[in-house]
Design a protein around this ligand. Structure first.
Ligand SMILES: C[S@@+](CC[C@H](N)C(=O)[O-])C[C@H]1O[C@@H](n2cnc3c(N)ncnc32)[C@H](O)[C@@H]1O
Length: 192
């Protein structure tokens, strides 16, 4: 059981952006600002590349790669972006080879989210930056999403934002987050 993402690219390419509140896109654009031209950015669990499409509009000078287990989702990703079929828990990328990672509405789908976060920490360079959008399973719309995904047989491994920040702290990151009605954006960078 579980959501058959491989066959749902057509749906996500049309409606995937609606999962994000209006304030998420400007938050993503602000977060992208400090990155140097040519920086490598991963859209992890990127699916049809909703985040990559937004990011490309404000930063076409960055090098984006959509990473996902479902080629049927990535078939719809914007053309300039690279595509990599891989599990977030086992990224076939060199340590320190990436400047930034975006994870939109995907962390809770990973079977082993803790291992995926450790992989993110490994592939990010020392100045690496992380952007995560997800649901707080105890608040607002997050409660409904949590139960919906449990019924659908998904891992539903949701973090409350404060808990995710603590998890990331163990990996050497300092986080900030903004949560509204059960939807949050967390950004993190390494402690210096
Ligand atoms: C709800 S979709 C979100 C897609 C996209 N980020 C967006 O905002 O529309 C979740 C995605 O996570 C992918 N996924 C699930 N488990 C994964 C894993 N272990 N590693 C990488 N991607 C995974 C799915 O194939 C799917 O494309």
């Amino acid at each position: 059981m579980g959501i058959p993402f491989e066959r749902l690219g057509w749906l996500f390419v049309r409606y995937g952006h609606r999962v994000y509140p209006g304030w998420a896109r400007p938050a993503l654009e602000d977060w992208l600002q400090p990155l140097a031209p040519g920086s490598r950015v991963l859209d992890l669990g990127g699916g049809t590349g909703v985040l990559t499409a937004w990011a490309l509009e404000s930063r076409p000078d960055l090098e984006f790669t959509v990473v996902d287990v479902a080629p049927g989702m990535m078939a719809h990703a914007p053309k300039p972006a690279g595509r990599l079929v891989a599990r977030a828990e086992e990224l076939p990328l060199a340590s320190g080879s990436v400047a930034a990672v975006m994870i939109g509405e995907a962390l809770h789908h990973f079977k082993d989210s803790r291992r995926a976060l450790a992989e993110v920490a490994r592939v990010l360079n020392p100045a690496g930056r992380l952007w995560i959008y997800d649901f707080d399973p105890t608040r607002g719309v997050g409660r409904w999403v949590y139960w919906g995904e449990r019924l659908a047989g998904e891992p539903a491994s949701f973090y409350r934002p404060a808990r995710l920040a603590r998890e990331l702290e163990k990996l050497g990151f300092v986080s900030e987050y903004r949560c509204r009605k059960g939807q949050y954006v967390l950004t993190a960078s390494r402690q210096v």
